[in-house]
Write a protein that binds this ligand. Structure first.
Ligand code: NAP
Length: 299
């Protein structure tokens, strides 16, 4: 039995689809009945709880072999801070896993996670990694770059951005490099560690086969979507200053991209590992963005 926290999210539902097809039993932690709707045909069992609420996790992992922690937030709110979700939430899940006798714990971190990182998100991810590593449980930690698939958060934000005006603003010039990985390739990597016990007790950095600048990624999306608008470099300070006014786009009937100051700062720093990482570690060639972008944009 595999326990999944974060099963209703983008990565979680994609993983769940594969586990369901292979008839692997899953128990998914969900925050509400409404959220459960999305996955109830895919999950074997559904349990209710919130990882920031220790008591709500009591007994949810009874009889579980592997706990999979995919819970994440990219923007903080007063109720859901990185401290609460990543650090306290991970502590709660690890504690409950140990109490229930779970042997293996999978944690989804992110490329750039480091206790000395300049970003709160990356530092919180690294602190959560430390909690998992010192838990005494067997662990795997994935540190992926951007994960791309149907309805992923990044793609949805780009669609909103493209719909806004006559040009596409590129905060800070868009030169920083990313290494997008196709969600189905991420799932293949996951299945590899699931099936290979000797692949455990390691951290894996994951990315697709190419380093692409944000600008190059924008161009690939626009070509795939048949959008012809000029890209316009906008100084970072101007974009940050405009953020509080993003509600104005709602006045003209458009939904603005959801983005925080920290996300804008993260857009300025390379988020890459070796282009051959997946091939070397998992033995297959991951797809290039150009190979799957049209498929994921289809509605
Ligand atoms: N997507 C990427 O490009 C990317 C890249 C690197 C790393 N990651 C990491 O991969 C993980 C999954 O990402 P994703 O794109 O699938 O994110 P997502 O679509 O935003 O999903 C987040 C999941 O976490 C759940 N969640 C949030 N707060 C929770 C809480 N307090 N208790 C229980 N569940 C909670 C959400 O449940 P609800 O449905 O109830 O909101 C949802 O199932 C995250 O840790 C993320 O940081 C993602």
């Amino acid at each position: 039995m595999i326990f999944i926290a974060g099963a209703t999210g983008f990565v979680g539902t994609n993983l769940l689809e594969t586990l369901n097809k292979r008839e692997i039993r899953t128990r998914c932690l969900v925050r509400s009945e409404k959220k459960a709707e999305k996955i109830k045909k895919l999950a074997t069992e559904i349990v209710y709880g919130d990882i920031t609420d220790r008591e709500s996790l009591t007994n949810v992992m009874e009889g579980v072999d592997i706990a999979v922690h995919l819970v994440g937030i990219i923007r903080e709110t007063p109720k859901a801070t990185f401290q609460k979700v990543y650090i306290e939430g991970t502590e709660n899940l690890v504690e409950e896993a140990k109490t229930s006798g779970v042997k293996r714990f999978f944690y989804q971190s992110a490329l750039g996670a480091s206790l000395n990182a300049p970003f709160r998100y990356s530092r919180a991810k690294a602190e959560a990694e430390e909690i998992v590593k010192r838990s005494g449980l067997r662990y795997v930690i994935f540190r992926p770059s951007l994960i791309i698939g149907k309805e992923d958060g990044f793609t949805e934000n780009l669609k909103r951005l493209f719909s806004l005006g006559p040009f596409i603003p590129v905060p800070g010039g868009g030169k920083a490099k990313f290494q997008p990985i196709f969600i189905q390739d991420w799932v293949k990597c996951f299945m590899y560690i699931l099936e290979n016990e000797n692949a455990w007790d390691r951290i894996y950095e994951l990315g697709g086969p190419e380093h692409l600048s944000y600008r190059e990624i924008l161009n690939l999306y626009m070509t795939a979507m048949g959008i012809k608008k000029p890209l316009l470099n906008v100084p970072l300070t101007c974009v940050k200053a405009a953020l509080p006014m993003s509600f104005l786009t709602k006045v003209i009937g458009k939904v603005p991209p959801e983005v925080s100051v920290e996300q804008l700062n993260m857009l300025q720093v390379d988020n890459i590992t070796e282009p051959e990482a997946v091939e070397k570690l998992f033995g297959f060639k991951p797809k290039r963005l150009e190979e799957y972008i049209k498929d994921i944009l289809q509605t």
